[in-house]
Design a protein around this ligand. Structure first.
Ligand code: ADP
Length: 489
């Protein structure tokens, strides 16, 4: 139901959100690109084969006419001078003449013979081809128009290396023209079909694509508005489906962060509220009771001071977490973990004594870590203090350091109350406490282990927790050792 509401909201937003201008849309750009490509292909398809076929046909006509011309010029070449009668006679001896029109001129271009009725015999035919032929060159031209191939050519008639006339041949071919016309029509039809098919395919593809992109955009906008529970549902395995999956994972992380942030704010307010409320209660009691004696007032003021101390402690730990979050003081130097452990051991000795807990330090050789004073101090202090705070009467705390290769291991083992298995994954969360009453009584805030984890992580280390045997808890921290190579102190 909730998801449906999101989908509707995403759809509605999609309708009212300013749309991408048509010219800038991916769909339009794709459409323009494809149209240009298809148009170029169709133009090529409609011109290149036709031009090639025309060319072939012109060439075959040229060869056919040239062959005929050779036969005719051979028949005429015996005469010194061409005359109409001589030409007629020579032509009558030639067999298999298969040309639409034959025109024969003398050396001056005067037509001596024209095979066409009502032709131009007796007139001058000084066309470009004839002039070229009379100068001793072969000439040929052809054209294709209205489904008709027409070609004409002129060849010189030679006698003893002298041009004595010209043979001019004309041919028109309707059959091949009709074939070419049909080819042209077929190509046009194929082009239209291809165009329609491409348009239909492109339409379907671009609708599919833009629907998917719109779904993505809608989802992103919904999440942008703060709906971190929204997930994009997209079928298939293409890049967009992968993008949606990645986006969903990112949103998942945002949701977790957001939930953590809300929980943190709520927990922090709650933590601050308790001491503030007791300060308020005690000040009210003092103010409202005019007959309150000096001794009781002193007790109340002492309690107010304790509550203020608690507030200061919480805010110090919050500031410490903020320092780690912000990545401040990230200088890394060679820190002697043993020296720090001894120093903090001395500092915590009174606490251990009052809790009747024995603390032993077993410190290995060469335990220099790549860290800084403040962070190493926080790690050691919080772990060792917890081991004392959550211990039993006459309990034991063992702090061990050991250098293994390029790592240094710190273990803080206690024989205390232990941590239930179910709570172990959560103890590093901010404000998480297993036994709230005991933690509060011991002045705990539930932030100590979060600080330890953040400090360890930012120096490239790791921290683990496990139950001690037969009781208690073991915290193990592994930090990178100071190798001195390429590092400065
Ligand atoms: P706190 O300020 O309450 O000590 P921490 O973050 O240091 O907060 O610890 C979180 C919780 O984990 C504690 O409240 C306590 O319940 C539990 N805990 C931490 N260290 C130990 C330990 N050594 N033995 C038993 N419980 C522990």
């Amino acid at each position: 139901m909730d998801n449906k509401a999101h989908l509707w909201r995403a759809w509605w937003k999609e309708q009212v959100e300013p749309k991408i201008p048509v010219l800038h849309s991916l769909q339009m750009r794709l459409a323009l690109g494809y149209s240009a490509l298809i148009a170029a292909l169709l133009i090529l398809m409609n011109t290149y084969p036709l031009l090639m076929s025309q060319n072939l046909m012109f060439r075959s006509q040229q060869t056919a006419l040239a062959n005929q011309a050779v036969v005719i010029t051979n028949a005429l070449t015996t005469a010194d001078q061409l005359t109409p009668a001589g030409v007629e006679q020579s032509l009558s001896q030639v067999e298999d003449l298969n040309v639409q029109r034959i025109l024969i001129t003398d050396e001056a271009g005067l037509v001596l013979y024209d095979s066409q009725e009502n032709g131009v015999a007796g007139k001058y035919a000084l066309t470009g081809e004839v002039v070229a032929a009379l100068r001793g060159n072969d000439a040929f031209s052809s054209a294709y128009q209205d489904g008709l191939f027409s070609s004409r050519g002129a060849w010189p008639v030679m006698n003893r290396n002298r041009v004595v006339g010209a043979v001019c041949l004309y041919e028109t071919d309707g059959d091949q023209g009709a074939l070419l016309g049909e080819l042209q029509r077929n190509l046009r039809l194929i082009s239209v079909v291809v165009c329609l098919a491409v348009l239909a395919l492109f339409g379907a593809f671009s609708t599919f694509l833009s629907r998917r992109v719109r779904t993505l955009l809608g989802g992103i906008r919904t999440v942008r508005e703060g709906e971190y529970t929204h997930r994009i549902s997209m079928s298939g395995h293409d890049e967009l489906a992968q993008l949606a999956e990645e986006f969903n994972q990112l949103t998942g992380r945002l949701q977790v962060n957001e939930e953590e942030r809300r929980r943190f704010v709520s927990d922090a307010s709650h933590e601050l509220k308790t001491p503030l409320a007791s300060i308020r209660l005690m000040t009210d009691s003092i103010l409202q009771d005019a007959s309150i004696d000096r001794e009781t007032t002193r007790e109340f003021v002492a309690d107010i001071s304790d509550a203020a101390d608690r507030l200061i402690h919480i805010s110090q730990e919050l500031l410490e977490l903020d320092r780690l979050d912000q990545g401040r003081d990230l200088d890394r130097r060679a820190i002697d973990l043993n020296e720090q452990a001894e120093q903090i051991g001395r500092m915590l000795a009174p606490l251990a004594e009052s809790a009747q807990v024995t603390m032993t330090l077993t410190l290995g050789e060469g335990c220099l870590v790549r860290c800084n004073d403040k962070d190493a101090g926080q790690i050691l202090k919080n772990l060792m203090e917890n081991a004392i705070k959550y211990n039993v009467l006459h309990g034991q705390v063992d702090v061990t350091t050991r250098r293994v290769g390029d790592k240094v291991t710190l273990s803080v083992t206690d024989t205390g109350v232990g941590i239930p298995e179910a709570d172990m994954p959560r103890i590093f969360e901010r404000f998480y406490r297993v036994d709230k009453a005991r933690s509060r009584a011991a002045g705990g805030t539930g932030l100590g282990l979060s600080i330890v984890r953040d400090a360890v992580k930012r120096h490239g280390g790791e921290i683990t927790v496990q139950a001690g045997q037969p009781a208690g808890t073991i915290f193990t921290v592994i930090l990178p050792a100071w190798t001195g190579e390429g590092e400065t102190t």
